[in-house]
Write a protein that binds this ligand. Structure first.
Ligand code: DGJ
Length: 725
């Protein structure tokens, strides 16, 4: 519920167990009053009384730095990091926005192009729009707050409209800003690199600034656009956590600035690095959305809210609520070296195992026998596939498998027909070297003629094969970000125009192929974000398919993203990335904890392993609804414990799955701890491993599967099913 108190001039956004409160000061500035646990009437009065005591900044002795500000501007006496930064036509950068009006509407306005989570009024979603105006320059700032009471989520974004006479430049625009009051704040970030994305790291926040960001044109392997601020000690079940997730796949920034008084300012939105957007009179510019979750009861509650929100509001289209097929991908089985018969051979064995979809990865087009050539030439290589894509797809379908295809739309190889015809279509700066990465250059997706061309050629390929699935890959960061299409003063717009172009093409292909399941990918998980999830309802989590490393990656990824969207495949041993040899059961259980698939040459596996694999596939089909649409609970962390465990529980809490992985033995002499289950109904009894145990006991006292009482074998793991009696 969103209310405005006309007398006190305060906005109160209330949502079950959290409250978000801000007020309009006498000066017209917005001041943040509270984001945290739901405020009782008494607490509310306390917050308001404290606000009344805050000195008015009009007094020339009082700095705005004493205030908690809702969307801080630049240029006056608050010298902390501003939420936005503008440059006016006269070169000045000082802004002065005053509150003008507000509007509370049911549901959510249609924001136009780009990612935007759904906001259904039937679910009591409401949006508050607060309008501020800089009278001197004729600029209008619109702050949007969409409250999702069902999931307990707040979505913020900001827009700037130029109603003045002169063009001006946006140098920085955040989606959301927070001034968190003095306290023991910490920051949990999800950082890494290629093949080791989203590693969970925790650090204290004190005076100084931490910038989590991407400057790569993609959300990046290096840092995920999701972070959590903690207050005091926070565990899975206890403590205060503030989650921030940006719905963007390009250059983003979250800055956390510890102030001298112990408070922390947070700005989350577009990266200001190498960014400038010229806003002509009459034009509007919108920041991406920031999905914010507050929890007073630890990380688990926060993650559950994100998961439910992503499943019901971020994912769109025909696949949103459908169980995802078990796929087999030929990448690690063949790389670029395959022929029609090889794919068919893999497909045949896969079909006999119960796999549901065959995906043809990189290498099917142009003359792509390695990664140095042919990106951009989206016509079939008839030397490899003499019957064409259609011919292969038909034969795959005859095996009762669906057919999927890999594409990498945003790229061009310098060795390609497309590059010969249009050398100016890639991002480039005249006279400068065009630096390849993986021997490829980046197409300028901001240009409509590039997108139109891609739409046509890709549609033709997808139609020819009548594909059921597409893997949209993107294998390098942007460099030489320039073009001749925009004037010098707009060159810093190119990153953002690129991203909006990518979204537009994704949207067009989604509309053209509404039944097709799209999977996002970027050299593994370099574009694992809410922006992509608006268009692609699942994402390849990492190129690292090693069963041990994946525990860490999937565990940390689950802080924001639900297992449904995490592509997780069984691959061969020794693992291609780590050379590790891990038993099939372990690899299977890790992959079964997400959106399950295979990525190996099953046709070369020994009979005994095939039998085991078929068993895992059958089991996944059985547990799939629970894994893909149930509630996920992290129990023991690979980052902190010798053992990792997690659970899935259905909505009615009548069924659950417990996964346990013993990463290394407990230290000698340690009493093996029990596993405290979560999410069960304390009043019900569950059957587990033949025993009948009360939910309350399983959660309070914990439980240990027989195999884990004394672990002797390396890579001991198990999946245990729970059902109420
Ligand atoms: C990177 C992806 O993450 C891989 O799965 C594979 O599709 C390769 N690209 C193909 O080039």
């Amino acid at each position: 519920m969103i209310t405005f108190d006309h007398g006190k001039k305060t906005f109160h956004l209330q949502c079950g167990d959290f409250s978000y409160l801000f007020g309009v000061a006498a000066t017209g500035d917005l001041q943040q009053l509270h984001w945290g646990a739901a405020l009782s009437d008494k607490d509310l009065q306390k917050v308001l009384a404290a606000w009344e005591k805050v000195p008015v900044e009009d007094d020339h002795h009082i700095s705005l730095e004493k205030h908690r500000r809702e969307y801080p501007d630049f240029g006056h006496n608050d010298l902390r990091a501003p939420a936005f930064h503008l440059q006016h036509a006269d070169g000045s950068r000082v802004s002065e926005f005053k509150f003008i009006s507000h509007e509370i509407v049911p549901g959510k306005p249609a924001f136009g192009p780009g990612p935007s989570a759904e906001g259904r009024k039937e679910e009591d979603v409401e949006t508050l729009k607060v309008t501020l105006r800089d009278a001197l320059k004729g600029l209008v700032l619109e702050l949007y707050y969409t409250l999702h009471p069902k999931e307990g989520v707040l979505v913020r974004r900001a827009g700037l409209r130029n109603e003045g006479k002169d063009p001006m430049d946006i140098l920085k625009l955040s989606s959301a800003s927070l001034d968190l009051p003095t306290g023991e704040h910490g920051l949990v970030s999800f950082t890494g690199r290629w093949a080791m994305e989203r590693q969970m790291r925790t650090r204290p926040l004190y005076q100084g600034t931490v910038r989590l960001e991407s400057r790569r044109g993609i959300s990046s392997h290096e840092t995920n656009p999701f972070a959590v601020v903690t207050l005091g000690s926070v565990t899975e079940e206890k403590g205060e956590a503030f989650g921030l997730a940006l719905a963007t796949s390009g250059n983003w920034l979250m800055e956390f600035q510890g102030h001298s008084d112990g408070s922390v300012r947070v700005n989350a939105g577009l990266n200001d690095f190498d960014f400038q957007w010229c806003l002509a009179p009459g034009e509007t510019f919108l920041s991406p959305e920031c999905v914010m979750v507050h929890s007073s009861s630890g990380f688990s509650d926060m993650s559950l809210r994100y998961h439910r929100f992503i499943r019901s509001n971020v994912l769109k289209g025909a696949w949103k609520t459908k169980e995802r097929p078990i796929l087999i991908n030929n990448w690690e089985a063949t790389y670029f070296k395959f022929k029609h018969e090889d794919i068919l051979r893999i497909a045949k064995t896969a079909a006999s195992l119960g796999v549901e979809l065959m995906v043809l990865d990189d290498g099917w087009f142009g003359k792509r026998d390695d990664d140095t050539t042919s990106l951009g030439d989206w016509t079939v290589d008839s030397a490899k596939l003499p019957k064409g894509l259609g011919g292969l797809a038909d034969e795959v379908r005859a095996l009762r498998l669906k057919f999927g295809l890999w594409i990498e739309p945003e790229m061009v190889s310098p060795k390609s027909q497309l590059y010969e015809r249009h050398p100016d279509w890639c991002l480039h700066v005249p006279g400068r070297t065009r630096k390849g990465a993986r021997s490829q250059l980046v197409l300028d997706m901001g240009r409509p003629e590039v997108r139109d061309h891609l739409f046509e050629v890709l549609s033709a390929a997808l139609e020819e094969a009548m594909v059921d699935y597409v893997k949209w890959d993107m294998n390098r960061s942007l460099s030489e970000v320039g073009n001749e299409a925009l004037p010098p003063g707009q060159q810093r717009e190119i990153y953002h125009r690129y991203l909006m172009g990518v979204y537009e093409l994704m949207d067009r292909l989604n509309k053209r192929f509404p039944e097709v399941l799209f999977e996002g990918c970027s050299g593994g998980g370099a574009r694992f974000d809410l922006g992509v999830l608006n268009y692609h309802p699942q994402i390849w989590t990492s190129d690292n398919t090693d069963g041990l490393d994946r525990l860490f990656i999937q565990y940390a990824t689950s802080f924001c993203y639900p297992p449904l969207v995490m592509g997780a495949h069984i691959s061969t041993v020794p693992n291609h990335q780590t050379k590790r040899v891990i038993p099939l059961k372990w690899r299977a259980l890790v992959a079964m904890s997400g959106n399950f698939g295979l990525e190996l040459d099953v046709s070369k596996m020994p009979e005994k392993e095939l039998k085991e694999l078929a068993g895992h596939i059958a089991l996944y089909k059985d547990i799939r609804p629970l894994v893909q649409f149930g509630d996920f609970y992290r129990l023991e962390s690979p980052y902190a414990s010798e053992r990792t465990s997690w659970m899935f529980v259905n909505e009615k809490r009548t069924e659950a799955l417990l996964f346990v992985f013993q990463v290394k033995p407990f230290k000698k002499g340690t009493k093996v701890p029990t596993i405290h289950l979560r999410g069960l109904d304390p009043s019900k009894k569950y059957r587990i491993e033949g025993a009948e145990l009360a939910g309350k006991k399983l959660m309070k006292e914990g439980w240990l599967p027989k195999d884990f009482k004394t672990v002797k074998k390396p890579y001991t793991c198990g999946l245990y099913r729970l059902r109420t009696l």
